[in-house]
Design a binder for this molecule. Sequence first.
Ligand code: ADP
Length: 368
Amino acid sequence: MMASLKYKGICKHYDNNMIAVKSFDLEVNDHEFLVLVGPSGCGKSTMLRMTAGLEKISEGELYIGDRRVNDVPAKERDIAMVFQSYALYPQMSVYDNMAFGLSLRKTPQKEIDKRVNEVAQILDIAHLLKRKPKTLSGGQRQRVALGRAIVREPQVFLMDEPLSNIDAQLRVQMRAEISKLQRKLGVTTIYVTHDQTEALTMGDRIVVMRHGMIQQVASPIELYQSPANLFVAGFIGSPMMNLLEGELSEQNGELYFQHQSFRMEIPRQNAAYIIRESVVNRKVILGIRPENIQVYLQPEQDTIVGNIELVENLGSEMYLYLRGISDRPLVARVTQNVAFSMGTSVNIAFTPESFHLFDQETEKNLLL
Ligand code: ADP
């Protein structure tokens, strides 16, 4: 009943010569929860709408299962879509909203009743079935919208920023609920969001897009640990990865990253690779995640001096904004129970094993 999807060289140009998607190639596995993420305007919704059949595919081929669907109308694609706006019918009850799609398909009333009640149980909205949408909270409305998609038992779910109209706390809860539900139902799902946290927490795999092009397709952990390029490195992770411009140099068989204010040895394992690939003397960008920066009050071996410009205390951890090393402040995430305060001079160390290195020109990750 469920399905895989295959995108082969999909392109979309709009009438105004706007190229929204460029040669999109991807296979989505049966049962998979795939997230499309990227900044506004990168082509996510366009991809989803082409998949649903709401937008024509300009070039390339789309398969659902082994059926080519380029010319199959939306209502025959066996896809259910959930929008950010919920798009519920205001004059209908929750029950009728959920039943509507099934009635249109001439599903027998008994079967409709069974499915609506089952799904309402799963979503914990059984007590709301007689109500009208306007009497519901945002979270309840979103559940109804999900319920309406689920009762149809489609081959594929498409979700376009379904949580962006919900307040922060409920959003975290709904995020977990949708993930659990998708795993339970096992329906292949493509989920669009601009929020990298949502992508990391929900997706089996994540597709990072920019300017209509795929930047990387990977599991959340792989994206975080091995971003393919500078854009992915900066986009995934919060606070953002620190990026420092500098040059590589070699001395006595050791490799160094030379920054305007310090020199740092590149661990031997990475160095060997870089020397082999002859990228020595290239202009590079060193990437270091906030949790890989250590901050001490006393000088330690190989520490560099900085100054705390700002402290953001989140209770379980602190973000320290450090001046004096680079043009922009470095952000360190520390969990030590030390009373760091603004204006304090501190000693900073990096975990070299966690370095990321990007070519300044190509922006590619040099260590992959
Ligand atoms: P996202 O969902 O990632 O924010 P979209 O897929 O909505 O991005 O848009 C991708 C690009 O295509 C944007 O530059 C947008 O302005 C453009 N675009 C979207 N829809 C249309 C349209 N109907 N006509 C012309 N250009 C469009």
